[in-house]
Design a protein around this ligand. Sequence first.
Ligand code: C5J
Length: 228
Amino acid sequence: MTTYLLPAEPAPLVLEFAKTALVIIDMQRDFLEPGGFGASLGNDVSLLRSAIAPCQQLLAAARAAKLLVIHTREGHLPDLSDAPPAKIERGTPALRIGSPGPMGRILIRGEPGHSIIPELTPIEGEIVIDKPGKGAFYHTDLGELLKERKIENLLVCGVTTEVCVHTTVREANDRGYRCVVVSDACASYFPEFHRVAVSMIAAQGGIFGWVATTAPLVNGIHRAHHAA
Ligand code: C5J
């Protein structure tokens, strides 16, 4: 495995793939399918589907090149002991975190809605991080795991752009990781929020990281893999 100069905003980035992980944020039924957490908050969940095909392409390239793959899932323990009251209290009372829904209890670990959508189901060897918060580092062992594997760069995709993707990228940026947000492989219930959230990453010389698109990244992963 070698390096690749990735076309990105605000500037191209040299990626050493041996030190790079693909992080797929919260591509769960609870966010992407009707009847889950996203829908319970009044969102049109169909707006997130544009991220599925790009995430699949990134996942296929990462698997072929044997990049470290990390999936995250937002959700809580059945007794809600890891969910702050301030998080539970929001939204329509009958549709809150832990309430019963068509895909089981909303945003609860182990329920059908908590699982990753079938299009992106993790395979053996891929890491799944269960997180109680919006950021993937908060109350998880992601930091230790990345350190152990000497990872320096994160390719970040998933949903939603301005919430869990952004929070995770901000956490990672403060921990010293080079974060590449793959814009077309992320999505939001609010297209305007997506656009602005992506702009915020690359603004000010890349204040939180870099922004790239799926096609050149997939191309780079393949080329680097075949050159190795
Ligand atoms: C939200 C997420 N939007 N995965 N979670 O509550 O972005």
